[in-house]
Design a protein around this ligand. Structure first.
Ligand code: GDP
Ligand code: ZN
Length: 317
């Protein structure tokens, strides 16, 4: 399932050559009755196919290898957290929030830093050293000067990847640089790709959804997720409107596991463990997690934010 909107799903039937044929599908009533929701990324069984009008009906959903909530998607293999080195400047706490949100799914995370051509070599080396101490090996790229794009394409090949990051870092630009130009998609890319089934109507609605999300008006604006085929095989999910990590799935207890620094300290000390099973690593007696690492204050701050949210939820429900 490459995209979902209202009662329609766009399903790609893969082909050995090119990106495959697209079918516009409805969901069989029985699936709705048993509340089996079809998500973007789902592998589905399609019946009643009309190859002329390219329509069909989703009759069943295959078992998922993963499922994420924000954005709602199935079978995601990989997260690509994209930030820029400048314009906007790389903000470590904001980056940490995105990394924590992605790590909380348990799905592998790659960190890429765009607009590399805007900064000097010394700055790149500085960030590399710093981010290695966080437990990440950053991939520098520049859509403008086309550097690092081959490496990225290689990393993303044959996987379903969700790209996340704040607005303005170059997510759309990167998607356009990496997406496949054949099959059902128009080579122009961007907002004006031709949709053989929905025509311009689909695109109009999609654009309206994005605009109202950006202006932040109302809570019920539509946020669309769609999978775009990559030229090297695999898919990249564009997630307009999901550029604010909610951390809703992260709990006080699970937060530590989203920091590679803590994970590594715990592994290094095995088989010795913290004295308390539910240790939050805040200097409890017998805690084996030290506090001498750069992001410790961020861990502390996020823990506090989650504590306040959890207490609020307890009082409300
Ligand atoms: P998004 O909000 O993350 O989707 O970001 P966009 O793809 O819309 O890009 C935001 C701005 O950054 C646009 O003006 C792009 O032209 C620009 N941009 C994208 N990649 C690069 C890059 O590698 N270098 C520079 N200097 N600008 C870039
Ligand atoms: Zn501890």
């Amino acid at each position: 399932v490459a995209a979902a909107q209202a009662n329609f799903m766009r399903v790609v039937v893969p082909e050995d050559s090119g990106t495959g044929v697209e079918l516009l599908c409805v969901v069989k009533a029985v699936l709705k009755k048993i509340k089996r929701r079809v998500l973007v990324g789902d592998k589905v069984l399609v019946g009643s196919i009309d190859w002329v009008d390219r329509r069909g009906m989703i009759e069943n959903v295959f078992q998922r290898s993963s499922q994420i909530l924000d954005p709602p998607m199935a079978n995601v293999d990989h997260f690509l957290v994209l930030f820029s080195l400048d314009q906007p400047r790389l903000e470590p706490f904001s980056l940490t929030r995105f990394l924590v949100e992605a790590e909380s799914t348990g799905i592998p995370v790659t960190l890429a830093l765009n607009k590399a051509e805007l900064v000097d070599e010394e700055t790149l080396v500085g960030w590399r050293t710093r981010l290695r101490s966080w437990g990440y090996e950053p991939l520098f790229c520049s859509v403008n000067s086309k550097s690092g794009l081959d490496t990225l394409a290689f990393i993303l090949r044959n996987q379903t990847t969700v790209i996340v990051g704040p607005s303005g870092v170059g997510k759309s630009s990167l998607i356009n640089a990496l997406r496949s130009n054949h099959g059902a998609y128009d080579a122009a890319g961007g907002d004006n790709w031709f949709d053989p089934i929905m025509g311009s109507k689909w695109l109009e609605e999609q654009r309206v959804g994005e605009v109202s999300t950006r202006s932040g008006r109302g809570k019920h604006t539509t946020r669309h997720v769609s999978l775009l085929p990559l030229s090297g095989g695999g898919y990249l999910a564009d997630t307009p409107g999901f550029n604010q990590p909610s951390l809703m799935k992260v709990t006080k207890q699970s937060l530590a596991q989203t920091f590679p620094e803590i994970r590594n300290m715990l592994i290094r000390n095995e088989p010795v463990k913290c004295s308390f099973n539910d240790c939050l690593h805040l200097g409890e007696p017998g805690c084996i997690v030290k506090s001498d690492w750069e992001r410790y204050p961020y861990y502390f701050q996020l823990l506090d934010e989650i504590r306040i949210r959890e207490e609020f939820q307890l009082r409300t429900f």
